[in-house]
Write a protein that binds this ligand. Structure first.
Ligand code: TXA
Ligand code: MG
Length: 324
């Protein structure tokens, strides 16, 4: 049984498996962010994911599998490109959109003809999937539109009142090492398109496929990713330099607002790893404004910039409605 007084957080894989098989929800550690998983073939369990997250029903869920040889029934007509990327990047932070197979429920794909599939690299998630055998539908384990979780404590903070001890669980696998969600590549279009930036960038995918890959190099275009997302309660202000950030904090302070700078431009890998913990910490401190120095737009820096742009979007909206 879970050892913690909250009755949810556990490191017991057997317990997690039992909860999933009996239709419960289990938050799982992955190398990107924590996911809120359910057996993808149990419609009631999948429906609860949307309820607990407060997520619109037509936003599709990624199906997590143990590896390339576990795609049977989830995807059909798996193209050579998927075999190449799966054999080089999986298990890892890459989601591929493929033609959906008969096991992929409408509730999971949002009725789309495609299904997103990913094999996570976190050893606990991987072992869980190998033992589970099927597919786990899992979005990030946060409330819809809010900051993603990279620790079990983040999940507990966000979902404690919504998950049920005795029915659900939060599997604690330590902090996520990548820190931003998987790269999403659509392999159903020619050339393939990167819809969401992640640790594996479009250039790397292009190299692996020995062919060009379309990279929107802007806001993510995966469905459900267009609006403000990853939003903390404080305003997020984006700047391109430490000087500009300091200046902005000065302006905020003079106006009586509590602001601070977040600058992790010295190490973009750490910037990604810590991104969501940093946004959450700003709220815990009660900051009015977090002024962020953006990392360079290369590699995982593109993913960090994408998430920060979305985190800032709600503030832009809130400020312009306040100005109206
Ligand atoms: O790293 C990740 O991908 C994490 C971990 C838990 O695996 N999962 C994750 O899931 O970020 P979620 O639901 O927060 O984001 C998945 C995005 C959503 O914007 C969803 O709309 C899109 O992927 N998506 C999933 N399946 C799709 C499909 N068939 N077509 C288009 N977009 C899809
Ligand atoms: Mg998410």
């Amino acid at each position: 049984m879970p050892s913690r007084p909250d009755g949810l957080v556990t490191t017991d894989l057997d317990l997690a498996l039992e909860r999933l098989r009996s239709g419960g929800l289990v938050a799982i550690p992955t190398e990107t962010v924590y996911g809120l998983a359910a057996d993808a073939e149990q419609p009631d369990a999948v429906a609860r994911i949307f309820d607990v997250k407060g997520r619109p029903r037509d936003h599709p869920l990624i199906v997590h599998v143990a590896g390339l040889d576990h795609l049977d029934g989830w995807a059909t007509d798996v193209p050579e490109s998927a075999r190449i990327l799966g054999s080089t990047c999986w298990p890892g932070p890459l989601t591929m959109l493929l033609a959906r197979g008969p096991r992929a429920l409408d509730a999971v794909t949002g009725g789309r003809p495609t299904v997103g599939v990913r094999a996570p690299a976190h050893p606990m998630a991987h072992e869980l999937l190998v033992r589970f055998g099927g597919g786990l539908a899992a979005p990030s384990a946060n409330r819809f539109g809010k900051v993603s979780p990279t620790t079990a404590a983040h999940v507990l903070h966000d979902l404690a009142g919504l998950l049920e001890p005795g029915r659900d669980a939060i599997l604690d696998g330590g902090p996520s090492v990548v820190g931003v969600e998987s790269t999403i590549v659509d392999l159903m279009v020619e050339p393939p398109q990167v819809l969401r930036a992640g640790a594996i960038d479009a250039a790397e995918i292009g190299r692996l496929l020995s062919s060009p890959v379309a990279d929107p190099s802007g806001p993510s275009r995966a469905s459900g990713m267009l609006e403000a997302h990853y939003e903390p309660d404080c305003l997020v202000i984006l700047t391109e330099s430490a000087d500009a950030a300091r200046e902005r904090v000065g302006v905020a302070t003079a106006a009586g607002r509590w602001a601070d700078v977040l600058d992790r431009t010295d190490d973009v890998v750490v910037a990604a790893q810590q991104l969501y913990a940093d946004l959450r910490a700003a709220d815990e401190r009660g900051l009015d404004e977090l002024v962020v120095v953006l990392p360079a737009p290369t590699g995982i820096g593109l993913a960090v910039r994408d998430r920060l742009t979305k985190a800032a979007a709600g503030g832009v909206r809130r400020r312009s409605s306040r100005d109206d």
